[in-house]
Design a protein around this ligand. Structure first.
Ligand code: ADP
Ligand code: MG
Length: 277
């Protein structure tokens, strides 16, 4: 009934934790201008686990940076938990990034002189935890990605896959409301990929954390509850798990059922194999 105060407020609807409105991003000007995002409208509820797929260069990483407040859009808005991030001061934006958002970057961004456990502990300490507690929480996070035995090693002594898991642990440790993960399994073998995506699905289900994950691997994407297909700077398709399953063959997804440990979710994972029959 009645009117809403703004397009972003409606008491009858749950408020999305992430929404974008007419997001455009252009790099360069004049002849060398590249329009990377072309009017992205997106709404993600709290506790959703969203996979983003699409060709290389289609703007996926750019979208993640803009949602996370790392880069400003050329035009359009990003609303996180009801707050237009363009209206925040630099300090407020820094705090938002530290407290509310976890990032797993495509290039892991680990600090080369710090050990794995120190890399994971540092953001916790920056947020006010004493170093000893920060390290113990960091060890718990490393345990979840099966890396406690490598905790004392600096990044250069770790494989690409191990560095990637440290980056995932670092993002998990701060228990962010929003986790933005750009190709978090790009350097992992299929067993480790499965473990990490299972971990992300569990966080969304059990802790109501919201996860947006870019991946080129349809088998990784199918663990998500929703799939966005990105093309030419915009969302070409927005599929729920059922629709994804129905198109399984088109995505070349294995017909193997999801691991037995998968807890019952909003959609029975068995449904994913239905599409391949
Ligand atoms: P994806 O992650 O889907 O592969 P990106 O978002 O990384 O795509 O990049 C989309 C396009 O934007 C590419 O053509 C890329 O070269 C260009 N691009 C990304 N970042 C910059 C930048 N800082 N300056 C200029 N061009 C950029
Ligand atoms: Mg990318």
């Amino acid at each position: 009934m009645g009117f809403s105060l703004s397009p972003f407020f409606n008491e009858n609807l749950p408020m999305p934790i992430i929404s974008t409105h007419g997001l455009y991003k252009q790099f360069g000007t004049g002849d060398v201008a590249v329009e990377v995002l072309r009017g992205v409208d997106l709404s993600i509820e709290s506790g959703e686990f969203v996979a983003v797929m699409g060709p290389s260069g289609s703007g996926k990483s750019t979208l993640m940076s803009i949602i996370g407040g790392i880069e400003p859009p050329t035009s359009g808005r990003v609303i996180l938990d009801g707050v237009d991030i363009a209206n925040l001061s630099d300090d407020e934006r820094t705090l938002l990034r530290r407290r509310k958002i976890g990032f797993v970057f495509q290039a892991f961004n680990l600090i080369p002189t710090l050990s794995a456990v120190e890399n994971v502990a540092l953001p916790l300490e920056l947020d006010g935890l004493d170093w000893k507690s920060a390290k113990s929480r960091a060890m718990e996070a490393l345990e979840r990605v099966e890396l406690t035995h490598r905790a004392a090693h600096i990044p250069a002594k770790l494989s690409g896959g191990e560095q990637q898991r440290v980056a995932v642990a670092r993002a998990l440790a701060i228990k962010p409301a929003i986790l933005l993960a750009d190709e978090p399994t790009g350097n992992l073998d299929s067993r480790q990929s499965g473990r990490i995506t299972q971990l992300l699905a569990d966080l969304a289900r059990d802790s109501n954390q919201t996860i947006v994950m870019v991946t080129h691997d349809a088998n990784v994407a199918r663990s998500a509850f929703r799939l966005l297909m990105f093309r030419d700077g915009n969302i070409a398709r927005d599929l729920n798990q059922d629709q994804f399953a129905a198109n399984a063959q088109a995505f070349n997804v294995s017909s193997a059922p999801l691991p037995k440990s998968t807890p019952a979710g909003p959609v029975d994972p068995a449904i994913l194999s239905e599409g391949n029959r």
